[in-house]
Every structure is written in structure tokens, then in C-alpha cells.
Design a protein. Sequence first.
Length: 209
Amino acid sequence: MNDDLDHVVQRTRQYWFTDGLVELSMGGIFLFLGLYFFVQSLLPSGSILLFVLQASFILAIIGSIFLGRRLVSKYKSRLTFPRTGYVTYKQASVTQRLISASLALFMSALILGLFLTTTISMNWIPAITGLIVSIVWLISAARVGLTRFYLQSLLSIILGVGLSLVHLETYQSLALYYAVMGIVLMLSGALILAKYLRQYPPLENDSTA
């Protein structure tokens, strides 16, 4: 009985990712961060703009995540729910939201703080970034049960460590890491979305078609 209930819960969670929109959103966020760090790689040390961009890292993370969630919800209401139905998900409690926000702030502050450490530590920022993202994907994979999340988690840690071993300039390494991950997520999301739209064509009375 419990196994059946767990299976239903997992299937319900998987439904949120069935159309690839979440991965498209995450891919867009990663590409934005890639551009964010690429711009910093072009700025001279001591630049006021460089300082402003560094100081706004946490705001950039939180703002992009907030915008991504809004866009996912918007397009799900236009593409997904009219085709395969709407599922009401339990809203996160205040405590859960505080924990999530605190975790996001901690990870952002950790990465930002590493920029103030020694040169040796700076070389490993891409690896640490890849590890953090890998853990997030691994937790999502275990919770949802989607194989592609495990692969994305593995790619994140391999890419991060690889870029650290190459010893590129830190901002260049981070720009390349987020750009590659963003492209992979965008491709994955696009393939899932294309498959979903083929499998579930719009209803005849669907005005969103």
C-alpha cells in the first residue's frame, strides 16, 4: 500500500517536469549567468562595474529564479494544462520557503566569498560550483526519479572539475561552465517539449493552439 502511494506521489512530481519547461527555464538562467560572468571576464580589475556585478550576484541568482518560475507557470497554463490536465501541488510552508531561500543565499554567498580567498582556492571555484549544482540536481533526481537528472548531475561535477584542472581565468571558467550547462539544459528541455507536444496534440476546442 505504501509502495503504491509512493509511486503515485512520484508520478505526480514527475508530471511537473513532463513538458521540459522547467529545464528550458533553468537553461535560460544558466545562459544568463554565463553571460553575467563573461562580461566580468572582460572588465579590468578594480573596475566599478566589476564591483557592482560582483556585489549583485545574489540578487541576480534570486531574481532569475523568481522570473523563471513565473515563466514556467505561465507557459504551463497555456501549453501543458489544456492538454493533459492541471495538478494542484501542495504549497510550500513558510518554513520550507525560508529554508530554500536560506540555502540559495548560502550557496550564493559561498561562491561569492571564494572570490576573496587565495589564488589556489580561486582555481577550484568552478569545481565547487559544479559540485553545488550537482548536489541540487542529485536531490531533485532522487525526489522525482528521472534518469536525465542523474545525468545532468554527473555532467555538472565533471564539467566543473574539468574546468578547474584547465586553470582558465576564474570568470572565464564560470562563464564557460554556465554556458555549457545552459545549452545542455536547453537542448534537453527542447527535446522533452517537442516529444510532449507530439504525444499530446491540442484539443479541438483549445484556443491556445
